[in-house]
Design a protein around this ligand. Structure first.
Ligand code: GRF
Length: 202
């Protein structure tokens, strides 16, 4: 199956997906990486792997709608079966979400439904949580909501700062995202009526 990745920054999760897909037993290949930011570090990384890497800058468009229309045009040239958001920092419109319904997934650095949005590590510490984690979910219209595909938890340790916690969590993200993508690609989980349905659930 064909997988496209959308990024806005350094793309470490993208790199984890590229690395996983290099294994011949992985049920998909990364066919394109697109960014809304031309200077996203991840674009260079992807290009080094020989993966088509392009920017569709939101600054070249007056409206969110026209930027997304351009993004859809570019993405669909690569005929993706699945679109992975990996640190893609733009809100998506209903049209975009509908276009890739059931085929678009995202990684979020918290144990959803706790802490949607930004600054998740600070907020987990502030709340006195003793665990933290990351979630891969199908993308629906509401930001950081949508049926959960997989989660990983890590312990919060005494003396943790937001930076230390986010570094440790990032390593868990890099393991979780390829695992979750594999579940979607091989049909172990799919989205149906706004819910995640796992093969074992019938
Ligand atoms: C990750 O923490 C991811 O969970 C969040 O944005 C960050 C992206 O980092 N959505 P990277 O670009 O994958 O390194």
């Amino acid at each position: 199956k064909r997988v496209a990745v959308l990024i806005s920054g350094r793309g470490s999760n993208m790199s984890a997906l590229i690395g996983a897909a290099m294994d011949p037993s992985f049920p998909g290949e990364i066919v394109a990486v697109l960014s809304n930011k031309p200077d996203a570090g991840g674009l260079e990384t992807a290009a080094r792997y020989g993966i088509p890497a392009k920017a569709v800058s939101h600054r070249d468009h007056e409206t969110r709608e026209s930027h997304e229309a351009a993004l859809i045009r570019m993405l669909d040239e690569f005929r993706p079966d699945i679109v992975c958001l990996a640190g893609y920092m733009r809100l998506l419109t209903r049209r975009f979400v509908e276009h890739y319904k059931g085929r678009m997934i995202n990684i979020h650095p918290s144990l959803l439904p706790l802490f949607p949005g930004l600054h998740t590590h600070e907020r987990a510490l502030q709340a006195g949580m003793r665990v933290h984690g990351c979630t891969v979910h199908f993308v629906t219209e509401d930001m950081d909501e949508g049926p959960i595909i997989a989660q990983a938890a890590i312990a919060i340790e005494p003396g943790d700062t937001p930076d230390r916690l986010s570094d440790r969590l990032l390593r868990a993200e890099h393991r979780l995202y390829p695992h979750a993508l594999r579940l979607v690609l091989d049909g172990t989980v799919r989205m149906e009526d706004g819910k995640a349905v796992f093969a074992a659930d019938g």
